[in-house]
Design a protein around this ligand. Structure first.
Ligand code: SF4
Ligand code: SF4
Length: 331
């Protein structure tokens, strides 16, 4: 990961803060090296309520984070907008599963309305696995190209859990940004190893595409090795930035301390450890199986009731929205 010029101390929102700024690919803007991953404060994960989540985002911005990652399915535009109305310079990334042009047009309008902004900074196709998946989303991509042309979206791209997705995205006409799953153990990569993913990332980066990493802590599995996990990503020159999910002030302090190379106190480490997450399955699960297809990691299986393979689960919370009985939660 490369710092942009010598701009290590950044004057932002009237405060002098030690936040490293990076350039997102050839065409992308300058942003803080960490993006606020808002899944962690969304109803999908259900760890904090609306006001608590908004307060954490506000705190993160005050510490110097200049962009926020969300998605249509996180169902948190209103929560984020309640904070971002005071920070018009903070950039937003959102994503949609839209397949057709019409669906994507609706998604873009939903975001513009939800954030009360004429222009959405970054819009991504959510979870693209391969060239085939991208082909299937041709209509949605053409709508993104048109939105960029009309100036209502600034940069467009994809998020992906697959090395093949990164490679296909890199060749996609007009693509500026890729958000791949990448961490030091390759957790959550659905079609290969960390080496495969890094080769694809290098290919994309050399074409000038901005790369910001997802699931740096492997959905919680690497939280106990946070310093090493972050250093691993920082050591890859082709990855420009990373999204980190944060749902407490302590997590913001902890991540920013590691990123700036400061020593983290034992007290703070213990507070973080006490909040380690896992997928909770309520005992009233009826075993209908409806949630299985919602898991991108194929971590759920049925044995009368639903069970989870904790080694495969990256704690994204996507399965929670499938259950009509609210059995699945990240706690
Ligand atoms: S089991 Fe649920 S939380 Fe875990 S990876 Fe699958 S969808 Fe995400
Ligand atoms: S968790 Fe919910 S959706 Fe999944 S099998 Fe159980 S009852 Fe069905």
């Amino acid at each position: 990961m490369r710092a942009f010029g010598a701009c290590i101390i950044k004057l932002f929102l009237g405060q002098v803060l030690a936040v490293r700024q990076v350039k997102l690919g050839f065409n992308g803007p300058e942003v803080s090296e960490v993006c606020f991953g808002s899944l962690a404060i969304s109803p999908l994960q259900g760890r904090v309520n609306f006001e608590e989540g908004a307060e954490i985002l506000r705190y993160a911005i005050e510490q110097g984070i200049t962009w926020v990652d969300t998605a249509e399915i996180y169902d948190n535009y209103e929560q984020l907008a309640s904070v971002l109305k005071s920070y018009p310079d903070v950039r937003v990334v959102t994503k949609s599963y839209a397949v057709t042009s019409e669906e994507m047009a609706l998604s873009i309008e939903k975001a513009r309305k939800g954030f009360n902004r004429d222009v959405i900074d970054f819009f991504l196709l959510h979870e693209q696995e391969s060239a085939l998946t991208l082909k299937g989303h041709k209509g949605a991509w053409e709508e993104l190209l048109s939105a960029k042309e009309r100036g209502i979206v600034r940069w467009i791209g994809i998020s992906t859990h697959a090395a093949a997705g990164v490679r296909a995205g890199a060749l996609q006409q007009g693509l500026d940004l890729i958000h791949p799953i990448v961490n030091m153990q390759g957790l959550g990569i659905i079609d290969g190893t960390i080496e495969d993913m890094l080769k694809s990332i290098s290919f994309a980066s050399e074409l000038g595409i901005g790369i910001y990493a997802m699931k740096v802590f492997g959905g919680g599995h690497l939280s106990s090795k946070a310093e090493v996990a972050i250093d691993f990503i920082k050591g890859i020159k082709d990855i420009h930035a990373m999204a980190l999910g944060m749902s407490t002030r302590e997590e913001v302090d902890f991540n920013l301390a590691i990123l700036s190379g400061k020593e983290v106190s034992d007290e703070l480490k213990n507070l973080i450890k006490a909040r380690e997450k896992k997928l909770y399955i309520a005992d009233w699960c009826e075993g209908c199986g409806r949630c299985l297809d919602y898991c991108p990691q194929r971590a759920l299986y049925l044995e009368e009731t639903v069970k989870v393979d904790h080694n495969s689960c990256v704690l994204c919370g996507y399965c929670g929205r499938a259950c009509p009985h609210f059995c699945l939660k990240i706690v």
